[in-house]
Design a protein around this ligand. Sequence first.
Ligand code: DP6
Length: 359
Amino acid sequence: MNTSEFKFQTSDKKVENLSVTWQTPSNIALVKYWGKSEPQIPKNASISFTLNNCHTITSIQFNRTSESSEADFELFFEGKKKDDFKPKIAKFFKRIQEYCPYILQYKMIISSKNSFPHSSGIASSASGMSAIAMCLMSLERELNSTLSDAFVNKKASFLARLGSGSASRSIEGPLVVWGNHPEIKESSDLFGIKFPYEIHPIFENYQDTILLVDKGEKQVSSTVGHNLMHDHPYAENRFIQANENLEKLSVILQNGNIKAFINLVESEALTLHAMMLTSNPYFILMKPNTLEIINKIWKYREKNNSNICFTLDAGANVHVLYPHSEKTEIELFIKNNLAGFCQKNQYICDSVGFGAKPL
Ligand code: DP6
């Protein structure tokens, strides 16, 4: 795999101090990434909706110092020093050092906050890592003014991927594909790309209401879960199925066949959790209320001929997906019939968004 284009070449300018701030979103996968090989190469291609309201805002203050052998940084989360997040970020910096050697010449003060409640079970690694990647690319652009917007986004996604796979899908929107797939032109295992075909209007401004079923720390991290796909008896078939599903979904997103969309997206969510149930050691991230909600959604859909559906990420929370045209009645259904299954009745109303923004 050719990564040479991502190696920093030359600077045309010296930068002593720089302060940058980026807002980057979370995303929700429709075809799931579950299983990877070194270095952060997915076993199958995935696709996600970029979210709008769930985001991270990260500022980095870069101050030039003498060059050191490892990245020198301080980390603040929601105003407080957060040393327990440091090892993950240190590992990320180590991984990207060969592509961004300039980071070793700066002391970096990183300050981050999320728009969603702390430990809500919403994956913050996607928005968190993509925000750091965008900040680094702002410095890179100061050092080399010839970089194009397209290259900046591509390298930001490449870097974010090395921090967290799903983060590669949090730079752009509304739909991003990550992972090489023969039917998706320009797709790559190294970075995410915008879904390259015209999307049917029904999928524009799609809604995602995130039901916070369980806000606690996950018992099994994504990293451990991905690793358990290595000796998994169904892994190879799952990777084939995911790539086939992406091909089918690509057609659906263009032709607007929403019933097929619902079927494929729910099947992907349940298959992801089926992989967890059949791992060794096995584990369950869904909670009783996750299943209560799924059953209520199915009943409501049947009774009202609705286009509501759900997906899950690696946790107990339920993402309720629906077209904008059904927003009023589905929001009422969520408020009256589903909120009671959430911790403290909490849920987050979100919709499809368009990616990273400088602040
Ligand atoms: C279930 O991106 O969190 O949300 O690469 O180890 O950081 P790492 O994993 P991560 O895995 C996300 C898994 C998922 C599915 C998805 O987003 O595609």
